[in-house]
Design a protein. Structure first.
Ligand SMILES: Cc1cc2nc3c(=O)[nH]c(=O)nc-3n(C[C@H](O)[C@H](O)[C@H](O)COP(=O)(O)OP(=O)(O)OC[C@H]3O[C@@H](n4cnc5c(N)ncnc54)[C@H](O)[C@@H]3O)c2cc1C
Length: 305
């Protein structure tokens, strides 16, 4: 069955891809390796859900089976969620099919039978539009499209026994213990930058966050260089991409690698003691001053509202 095929190990992201695939006005087929995810995907209303069943339970071992499915069904496009696993599978599928791969697409467009995707280049300084030729593989990060519950389509479920790659073996598993909040869903974020002198001072950011009902994030230097906060709380091109209603940057210089991750925030407030700091160029409100003075004043003012 020709059409757009979507895969993500993250069910919500898969719902987003199904909504995106719907805009192609082609058949929409979801691919999964588990009956459970198959039944969860039905609420998003893909036309068909292919449940691939192999001997091997490692998702990465299914790339050959997915490539075969896409070839057999004459698929026009394979959309994979840009998770760690999705990127891996997308690259393997593209290589096996000798298909073009467009990674980390911010948007995908279908126009006059052509597929194009826009993605950021040079750390977000430019946007490049790429056009797919023949079967194309595209990875799409979460949050670019909204998943839509669609009861009007009764999905057809097709279970298939497939060959999996026996070279990949799961020898054990353990849950990922997340230390920080899920910033991608936060409505308000206070971000800690290198303007903080010592770890104990982060309490200032936490007090402001508490007053606002916000989560606390940080720049990469705070997480990776100083090790003051968990890696999953740093924001930017190589960290979390966020889009809160309010983002307050305390002692953050505003380098492009960081601001890439906050550009979709509704309101950006920069607090920096250097009036020439780059953060002010992307801020809706800028406060030139010492964060040690400003942040407690803001927290008190908010508490008194
Ligand atoms: C390939 C690559 C990928 C990267 N990815 C990321 C990423 O995903 N996320 C990320 O964050 N970074 C990333 N970086 C690093 C990025 O380039 C910057 O180095 C980093 O964001 C700077 O962090 P900062 O703003 O906390 O520190 P700094 O650049 O050191 O800025 C500190 C700021 O605090 C201000 N300040 C100092 N004292 C005070 C005070 N008392 N009150 C108020 N302001 C004060 C200073 O004026 C300064 O502007 C990446 C870099 C590379 C090369």
């Amino acid at each position: 069955m020709a059409g757009v095929y979507v895969y993500s190990d993250n069910t919500e992201l898969c719902g987003e891809l199904i909504a995106l695939a719907r805009t192609s006005e082609q058949e929409v087929c979801a691919v999964t390796m588990s009956d459970q995810q198959g039944s969860e995907l039905a609420k998003y209303g893909p036309d068909t859900i292919f449940v691939l069943k192999g001997q091997n339970h490692a998702a990465e071992s299914y790339s050959g089976a997915i490539a075969k499915l896409l070839t057999d069904q004459d698929a026009s496009l394979f959309l994979a969620g840009a998770t760690v696993r999705g990127r891996d599978i997308a690259a393997q599928v593209a290589a096996k099919m000798k298909a073009g791969l467009i990674s980390e697409a911010g948007s995908v467009n279908f126009c006059n039978g052509k597929i194009s995707a826009a993605r950021y280049m040079y750390g977000g300084l430019t946007e490049q539009v790429e056009e797919g030729k023949g079967l194309t593989v595209i990875t799409v990060p979460s949050g670019r499209y909204a998943a839509v519950n669609n009861d009007s389509v009764k999905s057809v479920v097709v279970s298939m026994t497939v060959d999996t790659d026996p070279r990949i073996k799961i020898t054990g598993s353990s849950p990922i213990v997340k230390e920080g909040a899920d910033l991608s869903k936060a409505g308000r974020i206070v971000c800690v930058g290198m303007g903080f002198d010592k770890k104990e001072d982060l309490v200032i950011a936490h007090k402001l966050a508490e007053a606002l009902g916000a989560e606390v994030g940080c720049t990469r230097c705070i997480a990776e260089d100083r090790g003051w906060m968990p890696a999953e709380t740093y924001i930017g091109i190589s960290g979390a991409v966020v889009k809160p209603d309010l983002y307050i940057a305390l002692g953050v210089s505003g380098q492009i690698q960081h601001t890439f991750g906050v550009r979709d925030s509704k309101i950006i407030v920069g607090v920096n003691n250097n009036e020439k700091a780059t953060i002010f160029g992307v801020s809706d409100y800028g406060i030139v001053g010492d964060l040690y003075e400003i942040a407690p004043l803001l927290a008190d003012a908010i508490k008194n509202i």
